[in-house]
Design a protein around this ligand. Sequence first.
Ligand SMILES: NC(=O)c1ccc[n+]([C@@H]2O[C@H](COP(=O)([O-])OP(=O)(O)OC[C@H]3O[C@@H](n4cnc5c(N)ncnc54)[C@H](OP(=O)(O)O)[C@@H]3O)[C@@H](O)[C@H]2O)c1
Length: 231
Amino acid sequence: MTSEGDQMAESKSVAILGGTGNLGHGMAVRLAGAGHTVRIGSRDAGRAEEAARQVSALVPSAIVSGADNGDAADAADFVLVAVPFASQASTLRSVKDRLREGQIVIDACVPLGTAIGGKPTQLTGVWHGSAAEQTAALVPEGVRVVSGLHTLSADDLADPELSLDQDTLICGNSKADKTAVTELLSTIEGLRVVDAGRLESSRMVEGLTPILIGINIRYKVHSGFRITGLE
Ligand SMILES: NC(=O)c1ccc[n+]([C@@H]2O[C@H](COP(=O)([O-])OP(=O)(O)OC[C@H]3O[C@@H](n4cnc5c(N)ncnc54)[C@H](OP(=O)(O)O)[C@@H]3O)[C@@H](O)[C@H]2O)c1
């Protein structure tokens, strides 16, 4: 765990696979706003370039570009997977040759019931145990996986003026990788990063999202997640 958003980490490059979507846009706004270089990825380079222009309009200081998912992923320090669970495997297979040893993949995918015709308030089973473990099985050797961001609201992220005032739980098998991800994400205003254990714990963390979606529907809010009792 680190302090909230008050720690300026060195500027990093972050590729966002599916960066044209809701979470990808919100994270692009926040990471670009924090001074990181953002590469928005898409199946369609033109769509990614348009998404990059939208981020620049919101964050004039942004260093942001758009490219197809493979070009975006190439040589980025971090690769954020921000596609629906149903397209997670195909997306990772499509960029597999562009990932390299030493990169950290941040997996935000949640296996919502919608992936198999169910509801967004339901979680579907994943053969590997969790979406994050599925990603770990698909990336080349030497590429490490940390999961996180599951409980953040894309709408809240997309408002650069809004302090998030919440936690995100991250899971991964390497303490050093979790430290690197913590340093990156802690540059987002009001976001506290909490280490929730090894990658196998991601199954439980991913399960929080459908609960929050249900709360959002019942209370008409953008709920978030906060652990109490931490300094
Ligand atoms: N939305 C949230 O608030 C939120 C919060 C936390 C975690 N998440 C998780 O983050 C992931 C992304 O959520 P989202 O709401 O941002 O999704 P989304 O907007 O529906 O989709 C994101 C992007 O994924 C790509 N995509 C869509 N269908 C695809 C397919 N069949 N094959 C390959 N690529 C496809 C699209 O990019 P291109 O068409 O440009 O390729 C799309 O813009 C999900 O796994 C979700 O569970 C979401």
